[in-house]
Design a protein around this ligand. Structure first.
Ligand code: M6R
Length: 619
């Protein structure tokens, strides 16, 4: 969480920083701040210029209004957009933080776990810390090293050994007005250098206006970035030659493109995201090929168990993956929330394949679950949307979704791409393991390849989903029910409604209701049920009857034209019929629109729901 950016050289300007911060804002928007050195000031005595604002989503505009007071010739600058961890989202806690002299400024993403001990030591040594953050200690620790004669890069390197936690940081110092120093451990940090400029940031999107030749810093490396050059050193101080790669993403794909918000745009892009993810991986004749998976057929045949590890929406994709792997490949499969898996002392051995699912490829719990699995001897694969993300780089193999940049905090197109990718993987595993006969493989491949068209059909029905959303927009208690492939859809529908509309929404296996939760059902409750035609449809509808008998209004995700289901419920969200195991890809769409509509009706910002950030880099 939090986005950081730094720039040095000819292009260093408040506008470049602020434009970058806008692209990083999905990582947190509690406050924002910028700081800069002045090339024309006396390096021996000058201080850094700084502005901060804690105006929630309006912080960047606020800073733009104050940019006029920035030095006319900026040497180096850093910026930050914050998701508050330590200390409330106030201006005093907003980054950049300064040292006692006001000559060093730092921005930081992550958590310095031992900041209390470090802060206590600094206080004893006479430093005055003014914020409640874990970050501020970094500026003061660097101050001590600089006072002892270190350059800024040396100071940062010397400090790293005393830090516990996960972090990416960028610092500037008035004494070296054209230098930005960055370091990282676990949290991502991207660096790019042109002939006249250097840029550092949390996410490639913020660098693309400057350069496409970028590299990711590795754990415990320190980079000293100057206009036109960069020196990278590892934890031993040895020089490392970075290898920039050309990034193909376009900035345009990270803009709204005429839609009122990113979520609308990203929902609209879902057929393409799914189509692109399938491209070249599955053929109509049943051939499957996943180049970046790396694990060969023999290795896959040795897999005795697959564990999907993920958080939030990505976990729901893991639940679908579990069903697909068991159904098609007949391999034991589990899905687990990463933050539980990593601390549970799980039994994972060389026969286990852990598939860590993460849109961002940065989620700290999933990254650590992956590391824990590797320590225990399992093979690990990262299923992610971000090429060369931290998880992609650490895994044995990768399953890339091709949803393109997703900016809205609520996962939409990336989730559909995850769903289809876990299914492609399950089919591949089944095919190489010889667990499905050729006819079945061809049939599943056909089902998958039909999905982009089915999604177009579902999205064409958006107005009808919105009408249902408006009808129930004032309700406060929602329950989402499903069985088998319908359960992950119900879980995802409830999560979307909670995070966007701030409405209580609980999801259960439909068969679980009478084991307790049914006590909550009374007039005024809304039950959203996944009731497309599957072998379990009758059981689902029996559960629907139980809900209606207790006064709940029932909204059903139902097959288009299924009049029988429509007669038994209060409202329907019609979807085109697809094979059951592929159905989550389509059935989740009306629930996204439902949550979107209710959130908008309540006046909420769908792209920036309260208290959330797109990328969760803290535990
Ligand atoms: O980047 P990840 O997929 O690892 O993120 C995991 C969750 O934070 C994420 O799926 C979250 O639940 C969704 N953005 C909610 O819509």
């Amino acid at each position: 969480m939090c986005g950081i950016i730094g720039v040095t050289g000819d292009e260093a300007s408040c506008e470049l920083l602020l434009a970058g911060l806008e692209l990083l804002e999905y990582r947190g928007y509690d406050s924002a701040g910028i700081a800069a050195t002045d090339r024309s000031a006396d390096p021996a005595t000058s201080v850094v210029w700084r502005e901060r604002a804690a105006e929630h989503a309006g912080s960047i505009d606020h800073l733009r209004g104050r940019a006029g007071s920035a030095p006319a010739s900026i040497g180096a600058a850093v910026g930050h957009t914050r998701w508050a961890t330590h200390g409330p989202p106030t201006e005093v806690n907003a980054h950049p933080h300064l040292d006692c002299t006001g000559r060093i400024a730092v921005v930081h993403n992550g958590i310095i776990e031992n900041y209390r001990d470090l802060g206590a030591g600094l206080a004893v040594r006479g430093h005055l810390l003014v914020s409640a953050t874990d970050t501020e200690v970094l500026a003061h620790l660097a101050e001590e090293q600089v006072a002892a004669g270190a350059t800024l890069a040396e100071a940062v390197a010397l400090c790293l050994g005393s830090l516990r936690g996960d972090f990416a940081l960028a610092m500037i110092h008035a004494a070296e007005p054209e230098v930005v120093v960055v370091a990282r451990r676990t949290s991502p940090l991207i660096v790019g250098v042109t002939a006249t400029t250097g840029i550092v940031c949390s996410d490639v999107a913020a660098a693309l206006a400057t350069t496409r030749q970028l590299f990711a810093l590795d754990d415990d490396q320190v980079a000293e970035v100057r206009p036109g050059s960069v020196v990278v050193r590892d934890r031993t101080g040895a020089r490392v030659e970075p290898e920039p790669v050309a990034v193909s993403w376009s900035v345009q794909r990270a803009l709204k493109g005429g839609y009122p918000d990113f979520m609308s745009k990203e929902m609209h892009e879902q057929p393409r995201a799914v189509g692109d993810t399938l491209l070249g991986r599955v053929q109509a004749d049943g051939t499957t090929e996943i180049e970046e998976l790396v694990l060969g057929d023999d290795e896959l045949r040795r897999v005795r168990r697959v564990v999907f590890a993920a958080c939030g929406t990505s976990y729901h994709a893991g639940l679908v993956g579990r069903q697909a792997v068991e159904r098609w490949a007949r391999v034991v499969a589990d899905a687990e929330v990463s933050s539980e898996l990593r601390y549970r002392e799980p039994v994972l051995d060389e026969g286990t394949l852990v598939v860590a699912i993460s849109q961002s490829g940065e989620t700290v719990d999933s990254l650590h679950a992956m590391r824990e699995a590797r320590r225990r001897g399992a093979r690990v694969v990262a299923l992610t949307n971000v090429v060369d993300s931290v998880m992609a780089r650490e895994a044995d193999g990768v399953l890339y979704t091709r949803a393109g940049p997703e900016i809205g905090v609520a996962s939409t197109k990336s989730h559909l791409a995850q769903l289809v990718m876990v299914e492609v993987f399950a089919l591949h595993l089944a095919r190489v393991g010889g667990r499905l006969d050729q006819g079945a493989v061809v049939s599943v491949a056909g089902d998958l390849l039909d999905l982009p068209v089915a999604l177009e059909d579902a999205l064409d029905r958006r107005a009808t989903y919105e009408a249902v959303g408006r009808r129930f927009a004032a309700c406060e208690n929602f329950y989402f029910l499903g069985r088998r492939a319908g359960l992950p859809v119900a879980l995802e529908g409830a999560l979307k409604l909670k995070e966007l509309a701030y409405v209580r929404a609980e999801a259960y296996p439909a068969g679980e209701m009478k084991h307790g939760p049914i006590s909550l059902i009374e007039p005024g409750a809304v039950v959203v049920v996944v009731a497309t035609r599957t072998p379990l449809w009758e059981k689902v509808m029996a559960n629907v009857e139980e809900m209606r008998a207790r006064g709940a209004a029932v909204v059903a995700v139902a097959d288009a034209g299924d009049e029988e289901t429509a007669r038994l419920v209060d409202a329907v969200l019609e979807v085109p019929h697809v094979a059951e195991i592929c159905s989550p890809v389509v059935n989740v769409v009306p629930l996204q629109v439902l949550a979107y509509t209710i959130a908008r009706a309540r006046g909420n910002d769908v792209d920036r729901p309260r208290n959330l950030a797109k990328v969760v880099t803290v535990e």
